[in-house]
Unconditional design. Structure first.
Length: 158
């Protein structure tokens, strides 16, 4: 990530990486989700500790159902595997937001890198229709939401 922190300051990334090193379960799930959603370029390398391999299933303590859901979504949406990447400022420096674009697909990926609940403003997306591809529900983007610690959302924007 050349402008590596972009909208996430280094101290936020460092705290999240410490949670990975101490094997905080929710932080590990988030790392696994990020490894699937980020381009395999320097973006993931800037967030994940050099010795950490999020894709090593032995290092990720999460339910097999959650893992299967993430892998299924990754396989279904071409934008997650080969799509363009654009970081999005969601108004909270503890939250990493980015869009992945593919042929006819636009996904908004939201990641709370904090161990605390975080408020989030959807700004440009408020009032638009969307689909939560992990929870499989349709919704209208609200103006504001509260993210749980290390919560991540994969949203199809229509």
């Amino acid at each position: 990530m050349s402008d590596s922190a972009l909208f996430v300051p280094p101290d936020v990334v460092e705290k999240w990486q410490n949670a990975l090193r101490t094997r905080e379960p929710r932080a590990l799930e988030l790392a696994y989700a990020l490894a699937l959603a980020l381009p395999a370029e320097d973006v993931a390398a800037a967030l994940l500790p050099p010795t950490y391999n999020a894709m090593d299933t032995a290092s990720v303590e999460m339910s097999s159902a959650a893992r299967a859901l993430l892998l299924e979504a990754n396989a279904k949406y071409d934008a997650l595997r080969r799509g363009a990447f654009k970081q999005v400022d969601l108004g909270n420096h503890q939250v990493l937001g980015f869009e992945r674009f593919g042929e006819g697909e636009k996904l908004l990926i939201i990641n709370n890198l904090s161990a605390q609940s975080q408020p989030l403003k959807f700004r440009d997306h408020a009032g638009r229709e969307g689909w939560d591809i992990l929870n499989r529900v349709e919704f209208i983007f609200p103006a504001r939401v509260q993210l749980e610690p290390y919560e991540f959302l994969w949203l199809l924007v229509e």
